[in-house]
Design a protein around this ligand. Structure first.
Ligand SMILES: [Zn+2]
Length: 122
């Protein structure tokens, strides 16, 4: 399984976010003693970050990969502009497409809606 860099990056940021929360709880509960305060801090962290982690590891939006290329001809309207194409999503894989189709921003949005209607989540 390849590592999805978006998921990995978010996961690293999430660990940084957990630091001030856990430190704050430890500070507030310092009278309970270090061990008890740590247990409660980790319990609170777990209650919050279970949901954050679940999103990071299962979100289909994060699974989608886009390729952006400058100065390409849009396959729909022929305009030469910055082009976008969806490379991979859940139940959609064009990573080995021999003739990749790029679309300008406007046509890409239309195509994106069309794919969503066809059940390709991205
Ligand atoms: Zn276009």
């Amino acid at each position: 399984m390849g590592v999805n860099l978006k998921r990995y990056g978010l996961y690293l940021i999430r660990w940084q976010l957990s630091t001030p929360i856990l430190a704050g709880v430890l500070y507030l509960l310092t009278d309970l003693g270090a061990l008890t305060a740590t247990i409660i801090a980790n319990l609170i962290g777990g209650l919050i970050f279970f949901w954050v982690d679940r999103f990071i590891f299962t979100s289909e939006t994060l699974a989608a990969q886009w390729e952006v290329r400058e100065e390409v001809k849009c396959v729909d309207c022929g305009k030469v502009a910055r082009g976008y194409r969806l490379v991979r999503a859940k139940n959609y894989d064009k990573s080995n497409d021999p003739a990749p189709e790029f679309r300008c921003e406007e046509c890409s949005k239309k195509k994106s809606e069309e794919l969503k209607k066809r059940g390709v989540k991205h």
